[in-house]
Write a protein that binds this ligand. Structure first.
Ligand code: HEM
Length: 450
């Protein structure tokens, strides 16, 4: 920290106030106004010492060019969390809420070098086979189904009842899940991200994914899980389970937030109401200003080193504040010129998100369909009463209460019928016993089959 920083005033309520302690990225004060914290931190230089949760320390990069330098230097900064010195030395509480997302798993996100290339290639090749027309149709069907659950009510929480649900359904569909496995996968992921009985949720998710792998080995289909299995990388069953989890993990949570935060922007900023092409404008503005992942991209220093004016020891955890880096003053020109490559919302370098286009596509399709069906949807509460989930990694609303003119259920509507495609219907019809169950995925299959 430079000498001038002593004159700076920490954000109101910041527990580090006057103590010289690390800046905490958790708790209600940070969730209420993270940009006040970023403004404060940015003035210390390119990096700031932070605390992700009680007892979990990290160095946070807030400067855009320092962040790029780190992301594009896989020799000096590694992704394998088994290098994490504080964890190895027993300084991280075993029940820390940040461990489920940071602890090592044998997948692309936590791999380096040749092993990373092998795992990533298998994922990108399999995701590349997803036909964008099919993705649009399935996203619309899922969107129709979710709207049908609340449309006649005239009100809905568009985070809890829409943004949170839709990505999970999309992934379950892409993986070619039958009803019972889909129900367990949806249950497992929802529980994991909600932090409710997370241990049980993880157990259910991994068992369901293992069952899906066994099923696809026996009976491959036309889906991402089967393509991943057939890939020349020759993934073992265990690797398959972890790769499927890494597609859902970094996929579902940020997709939920991208959808929720873009809906929030559309409903709270008048400027979009008067412009053509409004959804993609709102989506880009969200990626710049209110990114789904805010402080993430964990890396570990490979050796003792000096980086951006800070001394790091081998195994130190270094993260990027995507939200702070995107709002770096040096990027103002790129942002104004409409360039969407410079922001770090999908990261950069070898671990950059391989799905930025599908993610945009799903989000735009889901919002378009919602606005077509509920054209007068509006916020049902004052915008300043909305609250954000606490936590260092993501930015997402706790709820987005809305109201609209009630609509008849869209089940069986002309639009929905014309979109119905064979495989999901066939599966629903060929497993009549399964679709009578009451899980989320079986309810959807059952609705689709009507
Ligand atoms: C279709 C939905 C998505 C899928 C399937 C997906 C998949 C993935 C995968 C497999 C990775 C790991 C890449 C690697 O380690 O080599 C990844 C990384 C990442 N994704 Fe996505 N993603 C999706 C949506 C999103 C969205 C909406 C965002 C946010 C705008 C996002 C942001 C990121 C970021 C920041 C990383 C880097 C994480 C890190 O290095 O720690 N992704 N994604």
């Amino acid at each position: 920290m430079d000498a001038e920083s002593t004159a700076l005033v920490p954000p109101p309520g910041c527990p580090a106030h006057g103590t010289g302690a690390r800046i905490p990225l958790y708790g209600p004060e940070f969730a209420a106004d993270p940009h006040a914290y970023y403004d404060y931190m940015r003035q210390f230089g390119a990096t700031t010492p932070v605390e992700l949760a009680p007892g979990v320390e990290a160095t946070l990069v807030t400067d855009h060019s320092a962040a790029l330098q780190m992301l594009q230097d896989p020799t000096s900064f590694r992704k394998d969390a088994r290098r994490w010195r504080a964890l190895k030395e027993g300084h991280i509480p075993a029940d820390s809420p940040v461990l489920p997302l940071l602890a090592y798993r044998p997948n692309a996100l936590f791999s380096d070098g040749v092993e990373h290339l092998r795992l990533r290639q298998a994922i990108t090749d399999s995701l590349a086979k997803v036909d964008s027309r099919r993705l649009t149709q399935r996203t619309q069907q899922i969107s129709d189904y979710l709207i049908a659950q609340f449309g006649s009510r005239g009100s809905a929480d568009l985070v809890g009842e829409y943004a949170k649900q839709l990505p999970l359904f999309v992934f379950t569909e892409l993986f070619g899940c039958p009803a019972d496995i889909g129900d367990r996968i949806l249950f497992g992921i929802s529980g994991m991200f909600d932090g409710i009985n997370a241990g049980k949720a993880v157990e259910v998710l991994f068992q369901a994914t293992a069952d899906l792998v066994a099923l696809k080995r026996a009976k491959p289909g036309d889906d991402v899980a089967s393509w991943l299995m057939k890939h020349e990388a020759g993934l073992s069953d265990e690797e398959m389970v972890y790769q499927l989890a890494v597609v859902i993990g970094p996929g579902a949570e940020p997709l939920r937030n991208l959808l929720g935060n873009t809906l929030h922007r559309l409903l709270t900023h008048d400027q979009y109401a008067h412009k053509g092409g409004l959804i993609s404008d709102a989506l880009d503005d969200t990626l710049w200003g209110n990114p789904p992942l805010t402080n993430f991209l964990p890396h570990y220093a490979a050796t003792d080193m000096e980086f951006a004016g800070t001394k790091l020891k081998a195994g130190d955890l270094v993260m990027v504040s995507i939200a702070a880096a995107n709002n770096d003053r040096t990027l103002a020109a790129a942002r104004q010129s409409g360039s969407n490559r410079a922001h770090l919302s999908f990261s950069a370098g070898p671990h950059a998100c391989p799905s930025r286009e599908p993610a945009r596509h799903i989000t735009v399709t889901a919002i378009e369909n919602l606005l077509n069906q509920l054209p007068d949807v509006e916020l049902a509460v004052p915008s300043d009463s909305l609250t954000w989930r606490p936590g260092p990694f993501s930015r997402s609303l706790t709820a987005l209460p809305t109201r609209f003119t009630p609509v008849e259920t869209v089940r069986g509507s002309a639009a929905s019928k014309s979109r119905q495609e064979a495989p999901a219907r066939e599966e629903a019809q060929s497993s009549p016993r399964k679709v009578e169950r009451t899980g989320l995925w079986s309810s959807f299959l059952s609705w689709l089959a009507k």
